[in-house]
Write a protein that binds this ligand. Structure first.
Ligand code: SF4
Length: 257
């Protein structure tokens, strides 16, 4: 959910499951392993202060596409995916706002031997998520803070569903990467990060932790939409701060990048 956008969606109506997307990126390299076809879905229940795609919030906006349309595009990039160990990532917005659409894309990708990754905030009803997870090879789970008050300040929703989602992923042994955005003066409390690292380490299914330094690449979109960008005076973390946080996770025996 931190990626930039590079390509507009296609539009040839056919009959199949439909969904609404914000955009597509044909050769993404930051949303899971290898080179990936990335689908940014429309709609998100969170209101993250640092969101790069604030125009993806409303589920009624974006562009309607069918799974058939997407499945005519995706196989074109198969050779890139194969040699790089990549696949398809669905991110957002929040993909689990459109569970049938996402499930059908993943199901058809897996039928063709294409690796599937779901990037989610985990702020979702578990009963809605479970059928989707049946067709997910890897979950990229964004945990924006381990402090409920800070989590709410960042996202405007509660932390608890995301932790319950993480626990469920652990129970079903679903391969998972955790993503944490380090924002100075907001998500950088070391005690809270220590708590998050202990929690993540206890799960047993986490293959990788990504520390994402805050930056303001999406600020112009907030201005275009007339939204108040509250982090305009917030700096990016220094390399030393990022290293310090990485070491907290590494001390818990986690692989960090
Ligand atoms: S989860 Fe947050 S960062 Fe991701 S799309 Fe929603 S509001 Fe933006």
């Amino acid at each position: 959910m931190q990626s930039s956008i590079s390509q507009s969606p296609i539009a040839t109506p056919k009959t199949s499951v439909k969904g609404r997307i914000h955009s597509l990126e044909s050769c993404g390299t930051v949303d899971g392993p290898g080179i990936r076809f990335v689908i940014f879905t429309q709609g998100c229940p969170l209101r993250c202060l640092y969101c790069h795609n604030p125009d993806s919030r409303c589920i009624r906006e974006g562009q309607e596409v069918t799974v058939d349309e997407l499945m005519t595009q995706i196989p074109k990039y198969r050779s890139y995916m194969r040699f790089s160990g990549g696949g398809v990532t669905i991110t957002g917005g929040e993909p689990l706002m459109q569970p049938e659409f996402v499930r059908e894309i993943f199901r058809r990708c897996q039928d063709q031997g294409i690796h599937t990754a779901l990037d989610t905030s985990g702020y979702v009803n578990l009963d809605v998520a479970k059928p989707v997870l049946d067709h997910v090879d890897l979950v990229l789970l964004d945990i924006k803070s381990f402090d409920p008050k800070i989590y709410f300040k960042i996202t405007n929703v509660s932390l608890e569903p995301t932790l319950a989602f993480a626990q469920y992923l652990s129970e079903i042994k679903k391969p998972t990467w955790i993503r944490f955005v380090l924002v100075p003066n907001l998500s950088d409390n070391l005690e809270s990060i220590e708590g998050l690292a202990q929690f993540v380490s206890s799960l047993g299914n986490v293959e990788n932790v990504e520390i994402l330094p805050f930056h303001k690449m999406g600020e112009y979109k907030w201005q275009q939409l007339g939204y108040d960008y509250q982090l305009k005076d917030t700096p990016s973390p220094t390399p030393q701060q990022v290293q310090q946080v990485m070491e907290i996770f590494q001390r818990q025996g986690l692989h960090v990048q």
